[in-house]
Design a protein around this ligand. Structure first.
Ligand code: GDP
Length: 305
């Protein structure tokens, strides 16, 4: 889609431009070629482990396919990237879980402050609202000053109600209120925005676990999604955060934001490779419509345009 390509222009310029420039200099397939490729991957935020792994696989694949020319190699690289991004073509895996009979489908959003949680909740609320679905939001970050107001603002903007609690309320209690209201009103979606303070990580993780427990206790099949929101422009730091959250909070997928920014883009590859978690959505700007489903093939091929 146009939004997707436009939004990813910078990412493509970063990672993609490097790949293109690298292939343009191509002379022959030898050890130097793969050494240089590995270095390029590391510099593009792909991460050391993934870069090494990928280069090994590409070396094998180039040999198997008897790739000799620049075009052969480009084909081999694109194939491998799609494979990693797409988890071997399992694109169903990439879609957001939705059960039309579940009233509501609960999506829980977690991630550190500034990653883009509230913005993503607002954007998704607009998408579902525009589809004619009944949507309810929950402001479960009762800790940070201004967090509730920010979500309430989004609710007004996209015309979706927001459940809030008193100042410094127990976040799980606010989530419980949200659940009750969503069940009573037969909402299709309940989108829960949570806190992301890192000053007291143990405390935050306990809080998120309690929220997950509260949801499960009331609705055993929910949450349908627990999505970790990551700022794509933070490079390998995003991977570290993902590992941290994954330890205590059972995640179902990732949202990568700010891919319209100066992101080198390689981090998508390493998160995909190391975490085995699907990227379900990408953020491509600050506006309500700047959200897209992740499309592995588009992403990989787009790098070479
Ligand atoms: P939260 O603390 O995780 O809830 O993060 P916010 O939703 O408040 O977002 C933090 C900042 O990032 C805000 O200024 C957002 O406008 C901005 N932001 C969020 N998503 C994107 C995105 O995809 N692209 C860009 N350029 N900015 C974004």
């Amino acid at each position: 889609t146009e939004l997707y390509e436009k939004g990813l222009e910078k990412t493509n310029k970063g990672f993609g431009a490097r790949l293109n420039a690298f292939l343009a200099k191509f002379r022959t397939v030898d050890e130097d070629f793969f050494d240089d490729l590995e270095e390029l991957l590391i510099e593009s935020d792909v991460g050391y482990e993934t870069s090494e792994d990928l280069t090994d696989q590409l070396r094998e694949e180039a040999k198997l396919q008897k790739a000799k020319s620049r075009d052969d190699l480009k084909r081999v690289i694109v194939q491998k990237l799609v494979e990693v991004y797409d988890e071997n073509g399992d694109s169903e895996h990439e879609k957001l879980t939705y059960d039309p009979n579940a009233k509501p489908n609960v999506y829980l959003f977690v991630g550190v402050n500034g990653a883009g949680k509230t913005t993503t909740v607002g954007k998704l609320a607009k998408r579902f609202h525009d589809q004619g679905k009944k949507v309810l939001l929950v402001a479960a970050d009762t800790f940070r000053a201004g967090a509730v107001e920010q979500l309430v603002e989004w609710g007004k903007r996209v015309d979706v109600p927001v459940v809030t609690g008193p100042d410094k309320a127990d976040p799980a209690a606010v989530v419980y209120d949200g659940l009750e209201r969503a069940i009573a009103e037969e909402a299709d979606y309940l989108l829960v925005d949570t806190a992301g303070r890192l000053q007291n990580k143990v405390n935050l993780m306990n809080e998120l676990e309690k929220i997950q427990r509260t949801i499960k206790k009331r609705l055993p099949d929910q949450p349908a999604e627990t999505l970790l929101v990551l700022d794509g422009s933070t490079g390998q730091n995003a991977l570290l955060q993902a590992k941290d959250f994954d330890k205590t909070t059972k995640l179902s997928g990732l949202v990568l934001t700010k891919l319209d920014g100066s992101s080198k883009g390689g981090v998508v590859l390493s998160i995909r490779h190391e975490m085995k978690l699907p990227v379900k959505l990408v953020g491509l700007g600050e506006k309500a419509e700047d959200l897209a489903d992740f499309d592995a093939a588009n992403f990989a091929v787009g790098l070479f345009h």
